[in-house]
Design a protein around this ligand. Structure first.
Ligand code: AMP
Ligand code: ZN
Ligand code: FE
Ligand code: FE
Length: 278
């Protein structure tokens, strides 16, 4: 079984519709795919229909924008009740603060580059969650940078004067919110050094106490030399070990199925959750 539980559609910052994404997953030889758009579940129903049509199993989820202290942390929530009050409030708050923040970054950029918020909005036409990738797309369209990656490494980097941090919830609160809504929580790419500094060891203990189920070890943003340490952390604390692509269509070089999660971990993930796979 080929299981990739971390992908994005154009409902956040991927480049394919949920239905196109399900077809791409089937073509990539996946048996199970997880859709985890940033702070939105708006792609779930289209993805579920398409997954059924192409004969692939869908795990519905969401990537929650969170922080540990001041560090950016992403928590994946799977198979939770999307009607849960806190989940609903989280999505509403994040979607609207993402708009404010994208406006601010664009305003700063517009002093030096030919870019307006309308240009950015046009790049995010299907997205409920707007973010830096859409600003990057507008910069590409304006000829300022060649691609998203170049934008992220330069004028959209956290060290750039144009950067504005994204409002985020505390990672322990994110884990509790997902659990209380009947889902399971997984820490995405904890050692993604290129995105900022990495969290201290205590973070794993705190998130464990909050009910964290698993950790992404096999992810291209966790540098190879950190994998043994991450493996030890996972084994010592009894976390489930995840591996995934974090596919974003053409928005990132990541390829569907480039890292996989084991059938055993997938099975454990689906036990006792509010939603079932579909
Ligand atoms: P934001 O949440 O608006 O700060 O944007 C961060 C998102 O941009 C991450 O969740 C990634 O999915 C995406 N991202 C990060 N680095 C890159 C990159 N180098 N190229 C394309 N997308 C990226
Ligand atoms: Zn993303
Ligand atoms: Fe992420
Ligand atoms: Fe992601």
């Amino acid at each position: 079984m080929r299981i990739d539980l971390h992908t994005h559609s154009a409902c956040s910052d991927g480049t394919q519709s949920p239905a196109e994404l399900m077809r791409a997953a089937r073509d990539a030889g996946l048996d199970v795919v997880g859709l985890v758009d940033h702070d939105t579940v708006s792609g779930w129903s289209e993805a579920a229909q398409a997954a059924h049509d192409v004969g692939i199993t869908l795990v519905r989820g969401m990537e929650v924008t969170a922080r540990y202290s001041e560090q950016s942390v992403h928590i994946l929530g799977y198979l939770f009740n999307p009607e849960d009050e806190r989940i609903q409030a989280h999505m509403a708050a994040l979607q609207s603060s993402r708009v404010d923040r994208a406006r601010l970054i664009t305003e700063r950029l517009s002093a030096d580059y030919p870019i307006t918020y309308d240009d950015v909005r046009a790049q995010a036409s299907d997205a409920n969650s707007i973010g830096r990738p859409h600003i990057a797309d507008a910069l590409v369209a304006a000829g300022v940078v060649a691609n998203r990656s170049e934008a992220f490494e330069s004028i959209l980097h956290p060290s750039s004067p144009y950067y504005v941090p994204q409002r985020a919830i505390c990672a322990t609160d994110a884990v509790r919110m997902i659990n209380e809504a009947g889902g399971k929580a997984v820490w995405a790419h904890p050692y993604a050094v290129k995105r900022g500094s990495i969290p201290p060891l205590e973070a794993f203990d705190e998130l464990k106490a909050a009910g964290l189920f698993g950790v992404e070890v096999d992810h291209r943003d966790n540098p190879e030399q950190t994998r043994p340490a991450l493996t030890a952390i996972v084994e010592e604390r009894g976390f489930a070990r995840f591996g995934s692509s974090d596919y974003h269509g053409t928005g990132k070089p990541n390829i569907l199925g480039e890292n996989l999660t084991s059938p055993e971990v997938f099975h454990a993930l689906t036990q006792g959750t509010f939603l079932e796979v579909c």
